[in-house]
Design a protein around this ligand. Structure first.
Ligand code: C2O
Length: 590
């Protein structure tokens, strides 16, 4: 069964049933076969079951902590150092954060410093399903209703937790250093790890419910910016008129009628001719296609790496988050401190943030359905992790990751849209071939390349290195068991600044590098965020990219080494190392 077949038969149907009997017969329309073997083991957790089954008979944390899995907002964890689910912050301990660019304090604290916190109860299945529609397809009635809801939210008193400004502050609360984690000096941070998708899912969920409440419509659904479809690759028009409550005058208006290039880096000119636009759209779609293909077996590559309670921020974005960052930079202004969309401290102040994240969340939903809704991480440190939100009943609730694994479990869904990226490969290949023959005239220049070495290197100009593969000519079965991953480690970037570099992979020609960088394996894209004030002012991040499909495409499966090119795009970046390792598909983390 091909990916595109699945996309049309499965994804257009938002009501994939959660039949627990499917466990051993996964090759139904709701699952993806990644190989000719039974892809999932018996210790899987299906999202509808929502109970972690035992991993090898032992729950690591219960053994270590003797805990039964009870974590209230005020619960503390015996010893954070050994890892545990993330718990909500202690409300009384909120402190100012500092914007590293402006050196000014950023107010990220909630408007309440104490609250009775109750456990979130997922909506019952009798509640109406709220169906989110693509923003570019909104008709005038849809727009009027959405505008009325936003206007009502904007009209609330400033310190009302439902007000537009306070809702925006929540984003800052969870990512800008306003809270230390409970029993830890490490700051609360939900970006750059496996918390990125579930946290934002809940954030939008409550925002949507509150908006619905404000206009007295319990079926009210927010729009999503359908940027994975050719017609959606523009800032949706309804956000643009300056008279609209959906506008934001801090945006880069040069992009108002331009197509977005996923390869955008600060200051890049807009593609303008029809041929350029067509090329950009094709490349965007091809990138989406490769994001899904290269990550499907190993959720950490799509969702971000593990982050456990008490630990320092993982700073390891998945492909979904990395791509999402490009939109923050593209919508936001070119000037420091990049407010609003271009800086996490302020991003929630722009109404388009929520449309953008609607699609980010939808990408997770598509990813999940392509995997037959097999849970992404079985680790209780993910499933039992919790956050707090101020809900549509004016109650602070403690939500757990395990209760938001499907949109349907929160009683919303995405209106089906065609997935153009599932059928783009052939056109993209043609484009690539044309580009390469054009420059083949300047004679095949082969250059010797060395290995990365052990010392960190400044990415002031392209770094091209030869990287050893752990194994060549892997069989289908081997590929089903482990994923070949390119690790870029020790990436150092200054906190307040933006950064981007692109990673290309090519097959060496007689041990030398050819004239082309090869195929894009992925990108590191960083959006500035404010910071708690103390501690290191450098972010140390890592980037992990699956390359199995890419290697098949460039016919490099038998190469012992690969030529990896790191292409700087913006920001001051230092790179610590480049490696290729095999990661077992049963591993929750990389
Ligand atoms: Cu919390 Cu788009 O970022």
């Amino acid at each position: 069964m091909s990916l595109s077949h699945l996309a049309t038969t499965t994804i257009s149907n938002p009501t994939i049933s959660g039949n627990p009997l499917r466990k051993s017969t996964r090759n139904t329309s709701g699952s993806v076969r990644l190989s000719n073997r039974t892809p999932y083991t018996s210790c899987e957790l299906n999202k509808q079951n929502q109970e972690p089954t035992q991993n090898g008979g032992i729950d690591r944390r219960n053994v270590l902590l003797g805990l039964g899995g009870v974590y209230g907002a005020t619960a503390t964890i015996a010893n954070n150092a050994i890892g545990a689910p993330m718990v909500p912050p202690n409300l009384a301990t909120c402190h100012p954060a500092t914007d590293d660019e402006t050196k000014l304090p950023v107010a990220c604290c909630p408007p309440y410093s104490s609250a009775t916190i109750v456990d979130f109860k997922p909506p019952s299945s009798s509640e109406p399903l709220r169906v989110r529609k693509a923003a570019h397809k909104y008709n005038s009635d849809d727009i009027a209703k959405f505008e009325a809801a936003i206007a009502a939210m904007k009209a609330l008193p400033k310190d009302d937790p439902w007000s537009f400004g306070q809702q925006a502050t929540i984003h800052c609360t969870f990512c800008n250093g306003a809270f230390d984690q409970v029993n830890s000096k490490n700051l609360l941070q939900i970006h750059g790890s496996w918390f990125f998708l579930p946290w934002h899912r809940y954030y939008l969920y409550f925002w949507e419910k509150i908006l619905g409440k404000l206009i007295g419509d319990e079926t009210f659904a927010i729009p999503f910016w359908n940027w994975d479809s050719p017609k959606g690759m523009y800032l949706p028009k309804m956000y643009q008129p300056s008279s609209s409550p959906l506008s934001d005058d801090t945006r880069n208006k040069d992009h108002y009628s331009s197509v977005i290039d996923y390869k955008y880096s600060m200051n890049d000119p807009n593609p303008s001719t029809p041929a350029q636009i067509d090329e950009v759209v094709t490349r965007n779609l091809a990138e989406l296609d490769s994001i899904f293909k290269e990550t499907l077996q190993l959720p950490a590559l799509f969702m971000g790496k593990a982050q456990r309670g008490g630990e320092a921020a993982a700073n390891a974005q998945g492909r979904n988050e990395g791509l999402h960052n490009v939109f923050h930079q593209w919508v936001g202004p070119l000037q420091k401190p990049y407010h609003n969309m271009g800086n996490f401290a302020t991003a929630g102040k722009d109404p388009v943030f929520y449309g953008h994240h609607g699609n980010v969340d939808r990408m997770w939903d598509i990813y999940s359905k392509l995997r037959g809704q097999k849970v992404e991480f079985r680790d209780p440190d993910w499933l039992e992790s919790s956050f707090i939100f101020y809900d549509e009943n004016r109650q602070v609730v403690n939500v757990k990751v395990k209760d938001c694994l499907t949109p349907e479990s929160l009683r919303y869904s995405y209106a089906p849209e065609p997935l153009a990226w599932t059928t783009i490969r052939r056109k993209y290949k043609k484009l690539q071939n044309a580009a390469q023959t054009r420059s083949a005239g300047d004679s095949l220049k082969l250059k010797p390349v060395s290995e990365f070495g052990s010392a960190p290197r400044n990415l002031t100009e392209p770094i091209q290195v030869l990287v050893q593969r752990p194994k060549t000519s892997r069989t289908k079965n081997e590929k089903a068991d482990s994923v070949e991953v390119l690790f870029i480690d020790g990436i150092e970037v200054t906190h307040g600044s933006t950064a981007r570099f692109d990673v290309y992979v090519a097959k060496p020609i007689e041990g030398l590098a050819g004239p082309h960088n090869g195929e894009l394996a992925g990108s590191f894209v960083k959006v500035p965020h404010a910071h708690g004030g103390s501690g290191a002012h450098k972010n140390v991040s890592s980037l992990e990219l699956g390359i199995s499909t890419l290697l098949e495409e460039i016919d490099a499966e038998s190469s012992q080494k690969l030529v990896v090119t790191l292409l700087p795009r913006n920001g001051d970046v230092v790179v610590g190392g480049v490696q290729i390792r095999l990661v077992d598909v049963d591993d929750d983390d990389l």
